[in-house]
Design a protein. Structure first.
Length: 317
């Protein structure tokens, strides 16, 4: 592994509630539920709800007993994915290698597991010098997140697995893990920080292994025989013996629509109708992609004069 590699992982434990509260400009406690086995269970909650004792996978009835004045909404994982994608695209200003957590799945029925993967990852190896150090980069990012009204837990480490683990399970909201302290600081993290399946974690707990120090002391062959290759791959990725690339977010091109005329025209009414038709098509196309726009650029090409342009910026999407 390249010793200079530095990965930043950002976890958004309250993303759904904070995006909703910012959009609605509200302060009432929020709960988002999903249905599982004919039960309504909590999928996401806000900070106020958590302080009142609400937890993911708690029944809605139990949650209501903790909070009397609360807004309850059906959880939509597509909206959470959309918010993560927007954040990942925004984070490209800090690193071109920015992507949503690869394990985030909108059809994951384990909401506790899905919430842990509600984050983005950046390879900042080539960006650190541009920002004059990791701390400056992370401070700028943190300040912007606060302006967005978002809670983020951040960790910088030599591997993606380690950065992910510290952003979720470190005692502090922001962590910087140097290469020479990696093994030492990993030791006290829980086994869950390894990103393994529930069954493997349960078996490890049953045999008395609760943290990564105890796990890393076991012989690799014994782990391979008992758990198969997946657990060893996660360990190797965690400590940097096996590379784990970040899948960068795809940047979609801005939609463009054209309406070529058969000949020049001086009729403003015709241009008005053409523009109206193009706007209608654009809105239909964006609706299919679940997107909105805030800025429009109209270009009118003329044969005997310079091209005319008109830029329109909306106050909200």
């Amino acid at each position: 592994m390249n010793s200079a590699k530095r990965v930043l992982s950002i976890w958004f434990p309250l993303l759904m509630a904070e995006v909703w509260q910012r959009k609605m400009n509200g302060t009432t406690p929020l709960l988002f539920f999903h249905e599982k086995a004919q039960q309504q269970l909590i999928a996401r909650s806000c900070q106020q709800s958590r302080l009142a004792g609400v937890r993911t996978s708690m029944s809605v009835t139990h949650a209501r007993a903790c909070l009397k004045n609360v807004e309850l909404h059906q959880f939509n994982p597509l909206l959470e994915q959309k918010a993560l994608a927007a954040l990942s695209r925004w984070a490209i200003r800090f690193s071109p290698l920015s992507g949503i957590d690869a394990a985030f799945k909108i059809d994951d029925t384990d909401q506790i597991n899905q919430q842990l993967h509600c984050g983005i990852n950046l390879d900042i190896s080539g960006s650190v010098r541009l920002f004059r150090g990791e701390e400056n980069l992370v401070n700028q990012l943190n300040l912007t997140l606060k302006r967005f009204g978002l809670t983020g837990r951040l960790a910088v480490a030599p591997t993606l697995g380690a950065a992910w683990a510290f952003s979720r399970f470190a005692r502090v909201p922001t962590s910087f893990i140097p290469q020479d302290k990696l093994h030492q600081q990993l030791a006290e993290l829980p086994v869950r920080a390894l990103r393994i399946d529930n069954l493997s974690r349960q078996i490890l707990t049953e045999v008395g292994i609760s943290n990564l120090r105890e796990l890393l002391e076991l012989p690799p062959k014994a782990l391979l025989d008992r758990f198969g290759p997946r657990l060893l791959i996660r360990i190797r990725q965690l400590i940097g013996h096996e590379d784990e690339p970040i899948t960068p977010i795809r940047i979609t091109a801005h939609p463009e629509l054209f309406f070529p005329l058969t000949g020049p025209t001086t009729q403003l009414e015709a241009l008005y109708q053409i523009t109206k038709e193009l706007l209608k098509r654009l809105c239909q196309e964006l609706e299919k992609q679940h997107q909105r726009f805030r800025k429009l650029l109209f270009i009118y090409r003329r044969i005997n004069a310079p091209t005319a342009t008109l830029s329109l910026i909306l106050s909200s999407p």
